[in-house]
Ligand binder design. Structure first.
Ligand code: AMP
Length: 180
């Protein structure tokens, strides 16, 4: 995907200082989502990254990971699995509590959502400290899929969230906010 297209998308992301708590520069992707051209570029770029990886399940993290997670699953010919906040999923689940850039959270996934034959793509909108995705990865790994990929629309590179992932897990994002 050409750099200028990705830069166009990045220019559409709105920065909100001190949200939800003082000191956080919140990257508001809704301003990119509402732009049809930015939306198409993001969908095409994500599809291009994973088209030849044999992905069978896309795991989207509640709630912002559901948007592109579901689109990607459909485009890749894969199934979609929601990873949700506690108490939302009706069948037997496994769960994990973790620390975020701001505050604590718990995530949950259906115990039978992933099988050992699956090639899994895990998706969320943004990589900050990495706490959310690493907890999600731990949950998915307990189901022993064949392979797992991790993807974000964007990352806050200066927080070094990538360092938390094991070396054999390929982590991608479309663009980085270097302390911006
Ligand atoms: P983390 O676990 O620290 O990597 O946080 C990632 C999750 O929190 C993602 O689901 C993001 O949507 C959200 N998040 C954390 N920090 C920010 C930020 N500065 N701007 C926008 N979303 C954020």
């Amino acid at each position: 995907m050409e750099k200028e297209k990705i830069e166009f998308v990045k220019s559409k992301v709105r920065n909100i200082p001190d949200f939800p708590v003082k000191g956080i520069q919140f990257k508001d992707l809704t301003t990119a989502l509402k732009d049809p051209e930015a939306m198409r570029i993001m969908c095409d770029a994500l599809t291009e990254l994973y088209a030849d990886k044999g992905i069978t399940k896309v795991v989207g993290i509640e709630a912002r990971g559901f948007i592109f997670g579901a689109i990607l699953a459909e485009r890749l010919g894969a199934g979609f699995v929601p990873l949700r906040k506690p108490g939302k999923l009706p069948a037997v689940t496994i769960k994990k509590t973790y620390t975020k850039e701001y505050g604590k959270d718990t995530i949950e996934i259906h115990k039978d959502a992933i099988s050992e034959d699956d090639v899994v793509l895990m998706h969320d909108d943004l990589l900050a400290t990495g706490g959310t995705m690493v907890a999600a990865l731990d949950l998915v790994q307990t189901m022993n899929p064949k392979k797992v990929y991790v993807n974000f629309i964007c990352e806050l590179g200066f927080l070094n969230g990538r360092k938390l992932f094991p070396a054999d897990i390929e982590v991608t994002s479309l663009f980085d906010f270097e302390g911006e």
